[in-house]
Ligand binder design. Structure first.
Ligand code: DC
Length: 234
């Protein structure tokens, strides 16, 4: 189904490992196109946060599934910023803490949790005009997405970016600790049996290592312009 059959804009899937620049790029592409921006990692993070808040064991699969099935997740947009709400509380900042990153990665390996969140993601994006970022958007959530991008960068570059981002927020971890955390999370996300992080066969691979955010955004907007019929989109 193309955008005209759907009657709305494109579905753009942006996947890749942590620190590849997905969020910054996806948010800006959505803003430029006037599209909805959906951060699917935030949804796994919210479930991870709730599990930590409830002192649940992350290897207690049944309890984590119960949490996923009984949580109210909302992605809101307020003054141009995206917010994540969990059970009526704003958790936008809380879900970015490092323990939550690891918890999100662990809970995301549970198939039942993925099933619940993937269904929600498909509902959110079904109407089109959406930029959705994650690990499995092009392979699983929207295998028929109009444009699939796989953003990557060397592990060191990704860790350096995350380290600087954490330092700006006042976190004390060292670069070596950040490299170890990124490495552990990537391993888990890439090796899990259900929907591991992989590039879809028809995704465009972009290595962001030596590039500015602006260059990557221009590259993707160029690809959007070359989508069949895109001259009629705006
Ligand atoms: O993109 P992020 O770092 O906020 O994602 C947090 C974790 O959630 C990540 O380690 C793996 C998981 N995730 C996933 O399994 N599938 C997605 N579509 C998005 C994130």
């Amino acid at each position: 189904m193309n955008q005209f059959e759907r009657g709305r804009g494109w579905i753009i899937a942006i996947d890749g490992p942590s620190g590849a620049g997905k969020s910054t790029v996806a948010k800006e592409i959505a803003r430029r196109l006037g599209y909805l921006y959906i951060d699917t990692g935030a949804m796994y993070r919210a479930i991870g946060l709730k599990a930590l808040q409830k002192n649940s064991r992350l290897d207690d699969t049944q309890q984590i599934i119960t949490i996923a099935c009984n949580s109210k997740l909302e992605l809101k947009f307020f003054h141009g910023r995206s917010q994540v709400w969990l059970d009526g509380m704003d958790v936008t900042e809380a879900i970015r803490a490092e323990p939550v990153s690891q918890a999100a990665s662990i809970v995301s390996s549970i198939s039942e949790v993925r099933k619940v969140l993937v269904r929600t993601q498909q509902e959110l994006g079904a109407a089109g005009s959406v930029v959705m970022e994650g690990r499995d958007i092009g392979t699983k959530v929207f295998p028929n997405a109009d444009l699939k991008i796989f953003l990557d960068a060397t592990e060191r570059t990704r860790a350096q970016r995350r380290f600087e981002e954490n330092r700006r927020k006042g976190a004390k971890s060292t670069l070596d600790e950040t490299i170890a955390e990124i490495h552990e999370r990537d391993q888990r996300d890439s090796l899990r049996s259900d929907s591991p992080l992989t590039q879809a066969a028809d995704a465009v691979y972009i290595d962001t290592s030596g590039k500015s955010i602006g260059q990557v955004i221009q590259e993707i907007l160029g690809l959007v312009q070359r989508l069949p019929g895109s001259e009629k989109t705006r």
